[in-house]
Design a protein around this ligand. Structure first.
Ligand SMILES: Nc1nc2c(ncn2[C@@H]2O[C@H](COP(=O)(O)OP(=O)(O)OP(=O)(O)O)[C@@H](O)[C@H]2O)c(=O)[nH]1
Ligand SMILES: [Mg+2]
Length: 221
């Protein structure tokens, strides 16, 4: 699909865009004990392998190569921390659901992810990314269950919205709102495309809220 808006995504037109453009890679960890002290605020990016987490992080920070994007699923294999400023972080989590990862490694990541989600007090919100063509899988629902268990806010990005027509993408979003309302009333959702820049401002607003840059409560449902 043609991309007439490509320049928008790298122009810091808003205060939030300028803020996230200053984000820098901090470190990668693969053991819970390697985490920084549990203070400050973090917003994490989660989702199935290949859902577009790293691409979203790059678009939201206006940096093409901050996080590594790959055609090969399972590329992000560590928990990667990115600093907005001291005590304010974005966190790229390893993707789940990729069958080719050896069982032992999958178990290690599963346990690390679960412990991070359950115990990390600095974690203020979860951006849950789903390919718009495969939304709300069983594993995605498990992530939302984790959020409910500790009353962690969740916001869903339906990624790769450019793969569908405007109308079709809108109707996936509408259809998803029904089960969300029934089972996960706290969760909100929006369309997103790392290719066209669709949905950046809405996602920034959510991150701002969680990281303490906004005073107002976001309401997208
Ligand atoms: N058309 C389109 N392709 C996208 C979009 N976002 C990501 N992709 C493509 O989807 C593939 C996976 O993107 P990544 O950002 O690496 O996905 P990830 O969730 O970080 O994957 P893992 O790190 O492996 O879990 C790449 O080929 C991207 O170019 C999008 O908005 N539109
Ligand atoms: Mg990735």
């Amino acid at each position: 699909m043609k991309n007439p808006d490509k320049s928008i995504s790298f122009t810091p037109a808003t205060e939030a865009a300028r803020r996230y453009q200053a984000v820098r890679f901090l470190n990668s960890i693969n053991e819970f004990e390697q985490l920084l002290p549990d203070i400050g605020r973090e917003a994490a990016f989660a989702g199935r392998s290949n859902a577009g987490k790293s691409s979203a992080l790059n678009l939201l920070t206006g940096q093409r190569q901050l996080a590594r994007v790959s055609k090969t699923p399972g590329r992000t294999q560590m928990i990667n921390f990115f600093e907005v400023e001291p005590d304010r972080y974005l966190v790229d989590l390893p993707g789940y659901g990729y069958a080719q990862v050896p069982e032992a490694i999958r178990r290690h990541w599963g346990a690390l992810l679960e412990r991070y989600l359950r115990e990390r007090q600095a974690l203020r919100g979860l951006l849950l990314l789903m390919d718009i063509r495969h939304p709300l899988t069983k594993l995605d629902q498990q992530m939302l269950d984790c959020c409910i268990a500790r009353e962690l806010p969740a916001h869903i990005l339906l990624t790769k919205a450019d793969k569908l027509s405007r109308g079709a993408a809108g109707s996936v979003l509408q259809q998803m709102r029904k089960p969300l309302k029934a089972s996960y009333p706290q969760a909100t959702a929006q369309l997103f495309s790392a290719r066209t820049g669709q949905g950046v401002e809405e996602a920034h607003a959510r991150l701002d809220e969680w990281l303490g840059y906004a005073n107002t409560v976001f309401d997208s449902n």
